[in-house]
Design a protein around this ligand. Structure first.
Ligand code: SAM
Length: 270
């Protein structure tokens, strides 16, 4: 069968982005070049493509079908134990990199690291050697972080830890975190394919954010920073938690590409 015939017949079943991603993954080419080239696919390959379409039609995200996702210009292996890295987290990572560079920071904690996307992107972007710890409660997620770190030849200290439990008496220059923040009742649609552990944060979605705000200062050096992601509708509630703690100055709020508030930068009060 010709690939362009398969695409004519089945291509509409995919979103543009996912179709591009699929073609690049399978053929290492962009969609326009496969449409102009006369590529034939054998039956085995056609079965593979149909299998992808079948899973995709049931709602499975393309990233889980292919076992990878782009983040910060890098290609991350993922599996069902990790969240699919999101574009808004790139903005969190970008701001963390700015702060690390400006302050010449060395000791970094990526709390709730998932597949290691934040930690690895930071070390791949900053040319000097950093001391980065990547921690998660999920052992299988940490295994994926290790795999990605090996792929990119980045050294990370990995820690299996329930938030700060393994970091007693340890202080970092900066804590970067994308914690779970989805209210239990909002886990529906394609989110059901992602690990509950990576999403669910109680009735109000603030279970982990609140815990981080109330405890991070114990694990930050003087003038240490937190860069934390949050849900698009949580700014007011997060501001309330910060105020209640009395521990930090708000340095900035971070917007996503659609102009929604998606993160906060905090500095320990001195
Ligand atoms: C929203 S995901 C973020 C993953 C990744 N950092 C990213 O940005 O794509 C949250 C992560 O927190 C982890 N997690 C959940 N509960 C935790 C806890 N109590 N302590 C540490 N990590 C936890 C999950 O396993 C998941 O990997």
């Amino acid at each position: 069968m010709k690939l362009k015939d398969w695409l004519k017949k089945e291509g509409n079943g995919f979103s543009d982005r996912d179709l591009k991603f699929l073609i690049r993954d399978f053929f290492s080419k962009d969609i326009n070049s496969v449409l102009t080239e006369d590529i034939s696919i054998d039956q085995k390959f056609e079965r593979r493509m149909n299998m992808v379409l079948q899973k995709y039609s049931c709602g499975m995200p393309m990233a889980y079908i292919l076992g990878r996702e782009d983040f910060f210009g890098l290609d991350f292996a993922i599996d069902e134990h990790c969240l699919i890295p999101r574009p808004e987290t790139e903005l969190i990572t970008e701001r963390a990199i700015e702060i690390i560079n400006l302050n010449n920071f060395d000791d970094i904690l990526d709390l709730c690291c998932g597949c290691g996307n934040i930690a690895i992107s930071i070390q791949k972007t900053i040319p000097r050697k950093l001391n980065i710890t990547a921690s998660d409660l999920s052992k299988p997620a940490l295994e994926i972080t290790k795999k990605n770190a090996d792929t990119y030849k980045v050294y990370l200290r990995l820690a299996e830890s329930d938030l700060f439990n393994e970091f007693e008496n340890e202080q970092f220059d900066i804590i970067v975190t994308n914690p779970p923040y989805v209210p239990k009742q909002d886990i529906k649609g394609s989110l059901v394919y992602e690990p509950c552990l990576a999403l669910e944060a109680g009735e109000d979605g603030l279970f982990f954010i609140r815990k981080i705000i109330n405890n991070a200062h114990l694990h930050l050096k003087d003038k240490g920073f937190i860069v934390m992601e949050m849900g698009y509708n949580q700014k007011e509630a997060v501001a309330g938690c910060i105020k209640e703690s009395g521990l930090y100055d708000i340095v900035d709020w971070i917007k996503d590409y659609s102009g929604r508030w998606r993160g906060v930068i905090l500095k320990v009060k001195t």
